[in-house]
Design a protein around this ligand. Structure first.
Ligand code: HEM
Length: 404
């Protein structure tokens, strides 16, 4: 079907407020659950803002996540880089996806994550000790929000944390690249680094990290060495940028809602529900999933045709008034187990975030320790002076100067 894309709203659009979707998406959300939007290359895809429609489409086996398909939508120029196709786990359909996911599941189970909690708490305290010893102002992103998930994922994978400046900087280059070439160069640098690391571990698998454990499972069929490299890359990148920015953006949101922060400080039991409310509101990736239809799919009066792209918006499905009364309000008391946990920030269906237990635990610890140790925390610059990420989908702040 021919669509005149010139008349369509463009995608993505920058936020005006760091924790609310762009005014353009808000307008679309009021008009229905599915919308055609124009991408940078003049092509279009379906932007899904309805919660129920988003969930059904992400759970539908007729939707493919395979980024190596010619008809897979390219949402930003950087996704044209060969390094993104194929993308481990997130970019594979069953049966390969199921095999790889099963291999990794034990490392991300609730039991395993609970066992890490005391160490993560001690780490958060050490970081605050360092911040207070240096004195205000501190850059909460680089001094606190980033080192927590970065150290945790290094430890989990068996990647030396001493190399953190290298892999953090290349990750930002990759995720913020404006061109396919920029993304490819950053991705290739990470690839070469992990390739050398895996070779070293193959010679002497001295640790019990995920990479060493998987290296011993490489059989050339269910798991090739290339698969292992791609999985390590996905976990290293996925394991620190999203969570660190979620900590930073969560702090900005709480500081702008002192009544909600007070509720949290008064009742530690509220922390898990508050974390899910912050995940809902901030929707840090802004995307729950991108897919292409393998067949025509009828959904609530819309037809998504074979070969058409679909992008489920987390920020807008998280504000569907059918699920969330007063959806733009930040309310840390939205009850856990019901609406707050149904958010789409970790996606839905078979690709739902593998690291969500870990991310939730890191967020709970990060907010608890931060506000317990620095209850008078405030921004050290006016909010209007904070530099937020622009031009993409992944939300974030470049630095977060704070005082206390
Ligand atoms: C606040 C933090 C995080 C957010 C908001 C987030 C968000 C997401 C989303 C939306 C997806 C689904 C994408 C899709 O269906 O296309 C996803 C998948 C994934 N995430 Fe996360 N993530 C976070 C933290 C983490 C962490 C800490 C790790 C690992 C250490 C991780 C590893 C993964 C992996 C491996 C997948 C692919 C799963 C699959 O395809 O089966 N994420 N994440």
């Amino acid at each position: 079907m021919t669509v005149d894309t010139a008349l369509l709203p463009s995608y993505p659009q920058d936020r005006k407020c760091p924790y609310q979707p762009s005014p353009g998406y808000q307008e679309l959300g009021g008009e229905g659950p599915l919308h055609r939007v124009r991408l940078f290359d003049g092509k279009w895809l379906w932007l899904v803002t309805g919660h129920s429609q988003g969930r059904r489409l992400l759970a539908d086996p007729r939707m493919s996540a395979d980024r190596s398909r010619a008809d897979f939508p390219v949402v930003l120029p950087r996704f044209e880089a060969p390094i993104f196709k194929p993308l481990a786990l997130i970019g594979f359909d069953p049966p390969t996806h199921s095999v790889h996911r099963r291999l990794l599941a034990p490392d991300f189970s609730l039991k395993h994550v609970r066992a890490l909690r005391a160490d993560v708490t001690a780490l958060a305290h050490r970081l605050i000790d360092r911040i207070t010893a240096k004195g205000a102002p501190a850059d909460l992103l680089n001094d606190y929000a980033l080192p927590i998930p970065s150290m945790v994922v290094s430890e989990l994978l068996g990647v030396p944390y001493d190399d953190h400046e290298f892999f953090e900087a290349r990750t930002v280059d990759l995720l913020q690249a404006k061109s396919p070439e920029g993304a490819e160069a950053a991705g290739q640098a990470l690839w070469d680094y992990l390739d050398r690391l895996i070779t070293a571990k193959e010679r002497d698998a001295a640790d019990d990290g995920v990479i060493s454990r998987l290296a011993s499972r490489v059989d050339g069929v269910d798991l090739t060495r290339d698969d292992l490299l791609r999985i390590a890359l996905a976990l290293l990148i996925g394991g620190h940028d999203t969570t660190s920015q979620m900590i930073a953006m969560g702090v900005v949101t709480l500081l702008e809602h002192p009544d909600q922060l007070d509720l949290l400080l008064a009742d530690a039991d509220l922390v898990p529900a508050a974390v899910d409310e912050l995940l809902r509101v901030v929707s840090v990736t802004d995307v729950s999933g991108v897919r292409v239809a393998l067949e025509d799919i009828e959904i609530d009066g819309y037809t998504v045709r074979k070969g058409e792209g679909v992008l489920v918006s987390s920020s807008m499905t998280n504000r569907d008034p059918e699920v969330y009364p007063d959806p733009y309000r930040v309310d840390v008391r939205r009850t856990a187990g019901s609406a707050s946990r149904q958010h789409m920030t970790f996606g839905f269906g078979i690709h739902q975030c593998l690291g969500q237990n870990l991310a939730r635990m890191e967020l709970e610890v990060a907010f608890t320790v931060l506000f317990e140790r620095l209850p008078t925390l405030r921004l050290a610059v006016p909010r209007a002076d904070l530099a937020f990420r622009k031009g993409g989908t992944m939300q974030g702040v470049h630095t977060l100067p704070v005082a206390w």
